[in-house]
Design a protein around this ligand. Structure first.
Ligand SMILES: O=C(O)CCC(=O)C(=O)O
Length: 300
């Protein structure tokens, strides 16, 4: 359970780190499931519904940017938020009725695994209210050289920024856009810690991460959660699937409306399914791309 101080910290900064949320057995089961999914990627040569590949992925040396929807790939990833400490934390921050929005496992491969440009999750999926957050579970110890998730504290209180490039949604913010001049990228909090630690960031929080310069991958299991009464403004395609993502409590057909700032992610991104490919549309990047020396353009 979170202390009142931790809850206040989350609301004040839009980012919170909590240690020891996954125990050694859970981490071992997740690593085994992950190894199996990675092994199967040897036969894959292009992005698909499960894998987002690093540009230098090969059968001999699998290199993955992301495993999509891991909760659908192995029960250990589906079960984790539905019981134990994470469930208690979600209830404390969101309330009794919680739905999972999505899950992903960002691997950030060793020796140059891809950076992710600054963005706000809200820009991808505005809802009727902002009772939404993302949880990142570190499957291995994460240090600065691994390219940790970076979250700008207080940015969850700011506006929703433009995430378009070349006239389309690209899922990234132009770091030189004067609209975001007040953002202090150098103040970003690095989500580093021991395996089993989680980060929790608010759906408005501006975040990103540099490439991985270390010889070790940085597997980060990410889930997004929301109050059951937060309904997606872009619509619900499959009601049964939507309801099957309830983690606890009751679904509802009465969305709660809040006066939230909204920019729709339109016109739709060119390459649906890969944030990494779409962010490449951005002319000015903050982080160096994966190839070449993996450094940030500006210190963060
Ligand atoms: O993997 C990371 O460091 C960033 C995760 C993220 O923001 C995302 O996948 O949208």
């Amino acid at each position: 359970m979170l202390t009142q101080d931790q809850i206040n910290q989350f609301h004040r900064h839009g980012i919170l780190l909590v240690e020891n949320v996954a125990d050694a057995n859970t981490l071992a089961a997740m690593r085994a499931a992950l190894a199996d999914i990675v092994e199967k990627s040897r036969a894959v040569t292009q992005h698909n519904a499960i894998y987002d590949l690093e540009p230098d992925h090969t059968a001999e040396r699998p290199r993955l940017r992301r495993i999509k929807h891991p909760h659908l790939r192995h029960p250990v990833f589906n079960d984790f938020p539905r019981a134990g400490p994470l469930l208690h934390i979600l209830k404390q921050l969101i309330g009794p009725d919680v739905r999972m929005h999505s899950s992903k496992l960002n691997l950030k491969a060793q020796d140059g695994g891809s950076a992710l440009e600054w963005h706000q999750d809200w820009a991808f999926h505005p809802h009727t209210n902002s009772s939404m957050l993302a949880v990142g579970l570190m499957l291995e110890d994460c240090r600065m050289e691994n390219g940790p998730l970076l979250v700008i504290p207080g940015s969850h209180k700011g506006p929703v920024y433009d995430h378009n490039a070349n006239g389309r949604f690209c899922g990234a913010m132009d770091p030189d856009n004067p609209d975001s001049a007040a953002l202090n990228y150098n103040s970003a909090i690095p989500c580093v810690g021991k395996a089993g630690t989680i980060s929790i960031h608010h759906v408005f929080s501006v975040h990103g991460s540099a490439a991985n310069t270390s010889p070790y991958p940085r597997p980060l299991l990410l889930y997004e959660f929301m109050a059951a009464d937060a309904w997606p403004l872009m619509g619900v395609q499959d009601l049964d699937a939507f309801n099957s993502r309830m983690i606890c409590g009751q679904t509802t057909y009465a969305p709660r409306l809040e006066a939230v700032p909204v920019r729709l992610p339109l016109p739709a991104a060119q390459k649906l399914g890969s944030i990494y490919e779409n962010q490449a549309e951005l002319k000015r990047r903050y982080f160096e791309p994966a190839s070449g020396p993996a450094k940030t353009n500006k210190s963060a």
